[in-house]
Design a protein around this ligand. Structure first.
Ligand SMILES: *Cc1c(COP(=O)(O)O)cnc(C)c1O
Length: 414
């Protein structure tokens, strides 16, 4: 079968070996998938999801039953008080932006304790000049870097004692950095620590790429508010866009007033025919996240065996669906991404080249032959063109497609 793709025999053999040696890891993932599937199904039942909820609204979007039920289902799945789940959020970056502008006021200080946040937030915060940034409104930004992939408890304590911090941002997934992603256990420990010093500071989690990777979500371990993208994990590859902000009721209300209009808040926002897709996407999400994890593990094993540096290793505890391959070589990074594109369902015939992207500082190469533009819960691979030339690979709607993509990319590399 694989010969249709002209895979080298060595790759076919290596893949067989990988599947045998990854079997124990795959079993762990199946268990987590089972639990999260139960969570989703229970949320559908408790909220009596029905065909009527597939109807939608236009115009102002008043009284949208489907939209309301979707938000209740997300509340249950994320283990929190309230949720705003909207296609009016362009994507995760937009939801993070709305959340920051909703919670912070002139003179407030926000603190990131996972180093510099995701690249697309540079201009939002004002790390890079933009005349509409938080900084332009007089909101200050402070940062504590991670130390050897752990929180810098000492420095965090010092800042919390010496200054009044309004909001702490914790980004779980590594973004385009070289650090490891933050596990749920690490998150639980740091939240307890923060709370022992400051009872009021808002603890906000950028949860992109992390949903359903473990058995719990951040609000269940004490986070105040959590933000994520629907073109990643919880969209299940079906949601055509959107994002969510979930957590404490008062914070979700503030976010709703910022997203739409003070005084209208969550009461408006037409769903334009998308309700069924958001529900179906969430329904598939545990399985799609599991497929993504298995694809990541398979590639980690195979590439390590071929002598490449990988992070995480195939049997390491994972916090997100992202797999890094450290190529230390520009051409190899490009070849690998091109191999992923070549095995994609959409635009398999185009060759991705590194280029400038809005919101990113370096040139970026992006392989994403996806049904939804930029969707990275579908198999995708990207990386900024800077040393040490790391590929950030993530997603796959099914393990079988993921496997073919990885085999093709390795074939291209060799
Ligand atoms: C992808 C990502 C974002 C941005 O989400 P988009 O949906 O791409 O806008 C923010 N933070 C992290 C950690 C991400 O991985």
């Amino acid at each position: 079968m694989e010969n249709i793709f002209n895979f080298k025999n060595e790759i076919i053999d290596l893949c067989k070996e990988a599947e045998v040696n990854c079997a124990a890891e795959f079993t762990k993932i199946d268990k987590i998938c089972q639990l999260n599937s139960l969570k989703v199904l229970t949320a559908f039942h408790e909220n009596r999801v029905s065909e009527i909820h597939f109807n939608s609204t236009t115009g102002y979007g008043y009284n949208d039953m489907g939209r309301d039920v979707i938000e209740k289902v997300f509340v249950k799945v994320l283990g929190c008080e309230d949720a705003l789940v909207r296609s009016q959020f362009i994507s995760g970056t937009h939801a993070l932006t709305i959340a920051l502008f909703a919670f912070l006021r002139p003179g407030d200080i926000m603190l990131s304790i996972t180093g510099k946040p995701y690249d697309t937030l540079d201009e939002v915060i004002g790390i890079r000049e933009n005349s509409s940034s938080l900084k332009s409104y007089g909101i200050e930004y402070e940062q504590v870097d991670l130390m050897n992939n752990e929180f810098d408890y000492e420095s965090i304590k010092k800042i919390l004692i010496s200054k009044k911090i309004k909001l702490i941002e914790i980004q779980r997934s590594k973004g385009y950095s070289t650090r490891k992603s933050i596990t749920l256990d690490q998150l639980e420990t740091i939240i307890k620590f923060i709370r022992s010093i400051d009872k009021e500071v808002i603890i906000m989690i950028d949860n992109c790429y992390c949903e359903f990777v473990d058995m719990k979500e951040p609000c269940e371990v004490g986070a105040d508010v959590v933000v994520g993208s629907l073109i990643k994990n919880l969209g299940g590859g079906i949601a055509p866009n959107g994002a969510y902000i979930a957590g404490r009721h008062d914070l979700v209300e503030l976010a709703a007033e910022r997203l739409t209009v003070p005084g209208e808040g969550r009461e408006v926002g037409p769903t334009l025919g998308m309700n069924k897709m958001l529900l179906q996407g969430l329904f598939f999400a545990p399985q799609v996240v599991a497929s993504s994890l298995k694809t990541a593990i398979l590639s980690s094993y195979m590439l390590e065996r071929l002598g490449y540096l990988v992070e995480p290793r195939y049997d390491e505890k994972r916090a997100d669906i992202v797999q890094n391959i450290i190529f230390n070589n520009e051409e190899k990074l490009i070849k690998y991404c091109q191999g992923i594109q070549e095995a994609s369902p959409i635009d398999s015939f185009v060759t991705p080249d590194p280029s400038e992207m809005p919101g990113y500082e370096d040139k970026v190469i992006m392989a994403s032959g996806s049904f939804t533009q930029g969707s990275s819960i579908e198999l995708s691979c990207d990386g900024p063109l800077r040393s040490p030339y790391i590929a950030y690979q993530q997603g796959s709607l099914s393990y079988e497609y993921g496997k073919l993509g990885v085999m093709n990319a390795i074939n291209k590399l060799l």
